[in-house]
Design a protein around this ligand. Structure first.
Ligand SMILES: *Cc1c(COP(=O)(O)O)cnc(C)c1O
Length: 487
């Protein structure tokens, strides 16, 4: 046995301190100067090749490792921290949150449970999330990797609670009738994965048509429930969406809550986009009734701009939540005092080991206070209205869909082109903007019409960024029309 066994701790702490200081200095510059860089740029082949090398056999000094990060990684981000990134529905991150992730890793604690400060903070952040949506303190919740997991947690509690049997013990074959869940045809794809993973199958999720405003058609929902009861199925849960991914439509939460109450159904709200409207002075009216849900999925890495990953599942009936996931193997029994005497946070979800993702949310909320995050939500709504007005005032651009929250669907349409040509044209506009590093929007197809889509969930965006988007869409569209119109 050696007197100086191997360890991962550095032999020379001062050298590591110097590299760490340089990383922090570079990180501050990186965020401060983000606007001066392209939103995105393609990786040169030699960089890509280096990032595909096999596992290292020989170590190298930390400053060399960092040199490669600086050269091969930092210049090629996805782009979502840039002020002109508006693809899909992302957050723009924040520096304090990044420090939170760093300190969480320094602490290195496992949030599966136990009695320690990180576990307290995890609980506190879940409590804050409950307050944000208007849930009572008696409700329960858990931080997870993101919205998809948060929805899976909520729907699993719904499934088990509504099954009427000991589903954990007996499994799906013991269900007396096939279970049905309902969501609009605008529902996020993670719900399909959820019902599949829950063993119910994709057909258990009935897609209810949406109306012209992309909200769930409630008379169609009522008809679907009645039909299913008639044919011996078991209607169990309505998934209302507060902010659909295509257009930002918000299902009528009050009416769905009434319907679920009268039909005896579980109400789950997918609030990954819109639940946090509840903290905005102007936006909160859009999600009135959200706190009537039995469970809510929300996504702090979207409208709270926490660095990825952090989602949150909230369940009104804490006992139902615990009964769905709690299990105590002999090696995780609670001790009367000491480290193992705290709450078992793994009892509220699928993970055993859990990271300290609460800290990045906690630090940013402590620094800025909740009202500022609420104002930032309203600011995004105002920016989306600004861009929509701008599009409507530009003859070659068409607003494809009325803007409800911070998602703007539009396209370049000079007139006289087929749908196929328009799709080719707008796809080219989108890709060229990205390749030039100017701006990043995504695309979708809503009610049969292909459109570009700007989800302005970005605390760095300023109005002139949106002017540039409109101008560039027109410029690139104009340049590409002849090619798009060919054949
Ligand atoms: C983003 C999103 C999800 C999935 O959340 P992730 O954090 O990406 O896992 C679910 N539903 C809606 C409406 C979303 O916008």
């Amino acid at each position: 046995m050696s007197d100086a066994p191997e360890t991962l701790d550095p032999a020379d702490w001062d050298a590591h301190r110097a590299v760490a200081h340089r990383m922090v200095d570079d990180a501050v510059d990186y965020i401060r100067d983000v606007r001066s860089r392209p939103v995105w740029q393609d990786m040169p082949p030699e960089v890509r090749a280096r990032l595909r090398e096999g596992v290292p056999e020989n170590g190298q000094p930390i400053h060399e490792v960092y040199r490669q990060i600086a050269a091969d990684v930092l210049p090629y981000p996805m782009g979502n921290i840039h002020p002109r990134f508006w693809m899909w529905y992302m957050g723009a991150s924040n520096f304090t949150g990044a420090l939170g992730d760093f300190l969480a890793a320094i602490l290195g604690s496992n949030l599966g449970g136990g009695d320690h400060a990180a576990a307290e903070i995890d609980n506190q952040v879940v409590g804050w999330m409950k307050e944000m949506v208007g849930y009572p303190a008696t409700a329960s919740g858990t931080l997870v990797s993101g919205g998809s997991m948060a929805n899976l947690i909520g729907l699993t509690v719904a499934r088990n609670t509504m099954s009427g049997i000991d589903l954990r013990e007996m499994g799906i074959p013991a269900l007396t009738a096939p279970m049905r869940l309902y969501g609009s045809d605008q529902i996020h794809s993670c719900h399909r994965i959820a019902v599949e993973a829950m063993g119910l199958g994709n057909r258990a999720l009935r897609r209810v048509p949406s109306d012209a405003a992309c909200r769930m058609d409630l008379s169609a929902l009522r008809t679907a429930i009645a039909e299913d009861r008639e044919t011996g199925l078991h209607p169990a849960c309505v998934i209302a969406t507060a902010g659909t991914v295509n257009t930002g439509a918000i299902d009528d939460l009050e009416a769905i809550a009434d319907l679920c109450a009268s039909e005896g159904l579980w109400m789950h709200v997918d609030g990954c986009i819109g639940a946090l409207l509840a903290i905005a002075p102007k936006g909160s009216a859009l999600v009135r009734g959200i706190a009537r849900a039995d469970s809510i999925a929300l996504d702090p890495h979207k409208w709270l701009h926490a660095p990825f990953e952090v989602g949150c599942a909230l369940v009104r009936d804490a006992a139902a939540h615990l009964e769905t996931f709690s299990v105590t193997p002999e090696y995780l029994e609670a001790a009367p005092r000491g480290i193992a005497s705290g709450a078992w946070l793994h009892d509220f979800g699928l993970q055993t080991s859990r990271g300290f993702r609460a800290l990045k949310v906690w630090m940013a909320l402590k620094e800025h206070g909740l009202p500022k995050f609420g104002r930032l939500v309203d600011q995004d709504l105002a920016h989306a209205r600004y861009l929509s007005d701008r599009i409507e005032a530009t003859p070659e651009l068409t607003l494809c869909f009325p803007t409800v929250i911070n998602i703007v669907c539009f396209r370049y349409d000079p007139g006289g082109l087929s749908e196929t040509a328009l799709k080719r044209l707008n796809t080219e506009i989108m890709v060229q903007m990205q390749e030039a590093g100017i701006a990043a929007v995504s695309d979708t197809t809503v009610q049969g019409r292909h459109c570009l889509r700007a989800a302005i969930n970005n605390h760095r965006t300023i109005p002139s960024d949106l002017d540039l988007l409109a101008q560039e869409a027109v410029r690139l569209g104009h340049a590409f029309v002849p090619e798009a119109a060919a054949d």
